[in-house]
Design a protein around this ligand. Structure first.
Ligand code: GLN
Length: 521
């Protein structure tokens, strides 16, 4: 089922292989009919993760990037829509002329081709393919069928299956129930796949007798029944799997016995995990004011980025999510060391964001605004400092007389909503002698984007006259990328999404600067 931890399991296995000096990458298969995650509500599906090459992907891609400290291209997020579109397009071109086009073999071939192409093009030693959904779901059947075929075609020494299951504890004594695992493994076998490993999610470590029982019912040896119990940080999961012997067993199955783990890699990784887990002294309290706060996963990369930054300076971060639509007592924000407004779309909840950005400015509370939080900080400044009472973004009020934020000119003729925003990495030029330049210590940076609106350049002279500087731009000065208020304790807005570049051990600089400012009393 979703939320079980397939992404973390996948990332952890990939990490272990990477620590053993193997060239690895991951693929996420999403069996839904959306072409990509871009059009999905983050409250239902979690954050839309944007890749360097402009993919709007499932948030698991973010887990892979953070665990592996490696960029993952958008081709690594395969959906039903992409596979079917490609097959239907080929059929229309006449590429299967004479054939009756079917799920098997045409759809399954397309799936296998995509997987093989990535492994080959990227010259990988190992590719971990995560298949989303639940075994037995109609949607995921063609994918599982393709994977079954691949094992036959590539041989068992080249492909192993890891099945992620659940062992719930039902009573106070905490007896671990094995039925869901038994039945799910049985369902998988019915499809023709015998798992080599079971990664069993549970609250407490799986008892030996439970492993033996699961092994008996599932045809998996008990040493390959792996306990994936709850831990403080997801970055501890590779160690847990390693301690249960997964690497020896994996290498044995792949006929690579005798492979060793590179200890230097482990030292670096362990020190990162250590920094991410042991920080109890000072807590930095951050208010995250946004639109999609009912699901923590809506802003998962932002949460991670804050934690990476906290770990770097040895502090833990406590995040409170505040709904921008229902907030009315803005004074509660004075209890926080910093205020962060993440990305968002549409009018609902936007007034609360504008007031939040203004409150942070007036009360000298460190503020980091990302994308929507950048645009609406400019609107707040327009209304309250430049005295343009009706200042707004045309996304919120199309007829405003003071469109401080307006549609990107090239977006004016765009009709469809899918994949049509300004997406992916773009170069950004930073002006010298600015706070932004100090933060990045560079003249040019490259950051990922996902937006349709931008700062209206017409207002810049007024802004700058009143102490708000646009300190970085892109596309030869066409677009404003960063705003800062030098007289403020810390007030930064960024049009790009710095959260997607943050990795454990290597926090993104804007987050680091924000957290440092928030840590100062
Ligand atoms: N809605 C704004 C835009 O489209 C901001 C987007 C975002 O925050 N990702 O420009």
């Amino acid at each position: 089922m979703s939320g079980l931890g397939k992404g973390v399991t996948t990332s952890s296995i990939a990490k272990l292989l990477q620590l053993a000096d193997q060239k690895v990458s991951c693929i996420k298969i999403d069996p839904y009919l959306n072409y990509d995650a871009g059009t999905m509500n983050p409250i239902a599906h979690g954050e839309v993760f944007v890749t360097e090459d402009g993919g709007e992907c499932d948030m698991d891609i973010g887990n892979y990037e953070r665990f592996l400290n490696q960029n993952i291209p958008k081709s690594h997020n395969i959906t039903t829509a992409q596979v079917y579109s490609a097959v239907i397009e080929s059929e229309r071109k006449g590429e299967y002329l004479g054939a009756c086009v079917q799920i098997i073999p045409h759809i399954t071939d397309e799936i296998k081709n995509r997987i093989r192409k990535i492994a080959k093009d990227e010259n990988l030693d190992f590719l971990i393919v995560e298949c989303g959904g639940t075994v037995g779901d109609i949607e995921s059947l063609p994918f599982l069928e393709a994977l079954r075929q691949m094992r036959v075609e590539e041989g068992p020494q080249n492909i192993v299956f890891v099945h992620v299951t659940l062992a719930p504890s039902l009573d106070v004594v905490g007896e671990q129930k094995t039925k869901p695992t038994q039945h799910s493994a049985q369902e998988l076998r019915r499809i023709g796949i015998q798992p080599d490993f079971l990664a069993v999610r549970c609250t407490m470590p799986l008892e030996e007798k439970t492993k033996v029982k699961i092994a008996l019912f599932t045809n998996v040896t008990s040493k390959d029944v792996l306990s994936c119990h709850d831990v403080k940080s997801i970055f501890q999961v590779p160690q847990i799997l390693y301690d249960q012997g997964i690497m020896d067993s994996l290498f044995t199955k792949f006929g690579k016995v005798g492979m060793v783990n590179a200890s230097a890699n482990w030292n670096k990784w362990n020190s990162i995990v250590e920094s991410m887990t042991n920080r109890e002294d000072q807590k930095i309290k951050i208010a995250m004011v946004g639109k999609y706060v009912t699901l923590a996963d809506s802003y998962v990369s932002v949460n991670h980025a804050l934690k990476h930054a906290g770990a770097k300076i040895g502090k833990s971060i406590e995040i409170d999510w505040i709904d921008s639509e229902s907030i009315n007592d803005f004074n509660t924000l004075s209890n926080y060391d910093g205020i962060l407004v993440p990305g968002g779309f549409g009018a609902r909840g936007s007034e609360g964001i504008i007031k939040t950005a203004n409150y942070a400015r007036e009360k000298n509370i460190p503020y980091l605004g990302i994308c929507f939080g950048f645009q609406l900080a400019a609107v707040a400044f327009g209304r309250n400092v430049l005295n343009l009472k009706d200042a707004n973004s045309t996304e919120i009020e199309p007829n405003t007389k003071n469109p401080i934020v307006d549609l990107l000119p090239e977006q004016k003729d765009v009709l469809g909503m899918g994949g049509s925003l300004r997406l992916g990495a773009n170069d950004i030029v930073i002006k010298p002698n600015t706070i932004t330049h100090k933060i990045y210590n560079a003249n040019t940076i490259s950051k990922r984007h996902r937006h349709r609106y931008e700062i209206n350049k017409q207002y810049i002279p007024e802004f700058e006259k009143h102490g708000l500087i646009f300190s970085a731009e892109s596309d030869n000065g066409k677009r404003m990328e960063v705003l800062e208020i030098p007289a403020h304790k810390f007030y930064l807005g960024v049009q790009f999404h710095p959260e997607f570049n943050s990795r454990p051990g290597y926090p993104e600089q804007a987050f680091e600067a924000f957290v440092i400012a928030a840590s100062k009393k």
